[in-house]
Design a protein around this ligand. Structure first.
Ligand code: C2O
Ligand code: CU
Ligand code: CU
Length: 467
């Protein structure tokens, strides 16, 4: 609904069962009864208020990933929406991945309500954002159970480009999951390959993988398309799985992936890829042209990193010839920030490495596990900084509040898919990447963390105070 220039949504977080796999019912935690949750359609500069009501058995936190959001609506991990009927929050926390085992108190927690109103100004470049749970220590199992949805920001300039739209613009939310024989989600679930890997003493450590690939909540869907251009807005909503996407025809031909946008909106100009790696939480805005595909053919989107059934992601069936008035302009956007090393007032370095947390295995930033009572980094509002991020194994690193540009990877130029404005950068094993950003937007307490959701729950998160 609309009132006084603000669009309002009401979302009830509730447990449902749904037929995800044919013939069995799967218990899910949902935003509004579906996985993914309802898509929030927003216009640039027009605020959206979302009232979340928590009818789940545990506290929750809602974060708009990629949103330029005032801190009080950013979903700090201890800023809880308590469940309806919740009487007491036990002190201390039960450890990651144990849904329902406990909550926690943070003296600075601002709200403990059964409902919570989040306001998103949408004062940012048009982009595919997503909202998901962000409760301290429990984010990974909450997302796994279904707490994720899309939030799309659009504006007139983007609408005027003539990109494929309407039924030819498709959100593609990719998430792997594992199920037991009854159809219930299995968490943690181990990929058989993972079990073999040395140093994995506990199932969560490398991140939880599933052997079923869901796209928009359905396993390996086949989508009927016209022989025309499509805009695919891809989100990797998996907890830990990386994909390297490739589009292939039965006759062995490959279709180009024309990248038009990154996490934080349109690129300056399109970039064509043969295949495209996507880490957890990353988004790619892609155009694929089915015009030359014979009617009746199946076009498969595969994951080159997968094996067996995790190699398949989804497929398109080209159903008919049809006119196509869409285009991919040479110039997509002219408003990308042009920060340069010379603008930076500071260079910081952070290591993302395994380490000990409370005597067990965990993941650390700069040698420390997440602590809501500690300020790790203080930046001045409006400051441009360069951050050097150093990884031991694969870590997709995400900053709240800001978009950034990738400057370098281990001293070399960024990769072709690093183009544009990002909010998550996929650090490869042993890599040191430099990013540059301006911390503008709002003052307050934000976060940066690894978006392998299990790594995040196991400590790989830090506080970022904008003053
Ligand atoms: Cu997608 Cu801090 O989150
Ligand atoms: Cu985020
Ligand atoms: Cu990580």
């Amino acid at each position: 609904g609309t009132s006084g220039g603000v669009d309002r949504y009401e979302i009830t977080q509730r447990a449902v069962t749904a037929e995800v796999l044919p013939g069995v019912r799967t218990p899910l935690w949902t935003y509004g009864g579906t996985f993914p949750g309802p898509t929030i359609e927003a216009r640039r500069g027009r605020p959206v208020t979302v009232e979340h009501r928590n009818e789940l058995p545990v506290p929750t936190v809602v974060h708009l990933h990629g949103g330029r959001t005032p801190a009080e609506s950013d979903g700090y991990p201890t800023d809880l929406v308590l469940p309806v009927g919740w009487r007491d929050v036990p002190a201390g926390h039960g450890g990651h991945g144990m849904p329902g085992m406990g909550g926690m108190r943070d003296p600075r927690a601002r709200t403990t309500n059964l409902t919570r109103e989040y306001t998103f100004p949408n004062d940012q470049r048009p982009a595919l954002l997503w909202y998901h749970d962000h409760r301290m220590d429990f984010t990974a199992p909450a997302i796994w159970r279904g707490l994720a949805g899309l939030h799309i920001v659009r504006d007139d300039a983007e609408d005027a480009l003539g990109l494929p739209s309407g039924p030819r613009e498709l959100p593609i939310v990719i998430a792997d999951r594992a199920f037991d024989e009854d159809g219930a989600l299995a968490y943690p679930a181990l990929d058989p390959d993972l079990r073999e890997r040395p140093g994995v003493e506990e199932p969560y450590l490398a991140g939880v993988l599933g052997d079923v690939i869901l796209v928009n909540g359905a396993p390996w869907p086949v989508h009927e398309v016209d022989a025309a251009r499509y805009r695919l807005r891809v989100l990797n909503a998996s907890n830990a799985r990386h994909y390297d996407l490739e589009v292939v025809l039965d006759d062995g031909r490959r279709l180009d992936l024309v990248q038009i946008g990154a996490d934080q909106g349109l690129l300056a100009a399109p970039v064509t890829h043969a295949s495209l790696p996507i880490a957890p939480a990353e988004r790619y805005d892609l155009v694929v042209d089915f015009a030359d595909v014979p009617v009746g053919s199946l076009v498969r989107v595969i994951n080159r990193l997968g094996a067996g059934r995790t190699r398949d992601v989804l497929a398109f069936r080209v159903a008919r010839k049809a006119p196509d008035g869409s285009r991919v302009p040479e110039v997509l956007s002219a408003d990308l920030p042009s920060w340069d090393r010379a603008d930076a007032v500071r260079v910081r370095e952070f290591s993302f490495r395994a380490g000990q947390v409370n005597g067990g295995h965990g993941w650390l930033i700069g040698g420390l596990p997440f602590d809501p009572a500690r300020t790790d980094v203080t930046v001045g509002l409006g400051d441009v900084e360069v951050w050097r991020l150093v990884a031991d194994v694969h870590h997709p690193v995400h900053l709240h509040l800001v978009g950034f540009r990738v400057l370098s990877r281990s001293g070399r130029p960024p990769l072709p898919h690093d183009a544009g404005l990002k909010d998550t950068v996929s650090l490869r094993p042993g890599e040191a990447a430099e990013i540059i950003t301006r911390f503008d937007g709002y003052r307050g307490r934000y976060l940066f963390h690894c978006h392998n959701a299990e790594h995040e729950d196991m400590g790989m998160m830090a506080n970022l105070e904008v003053v």
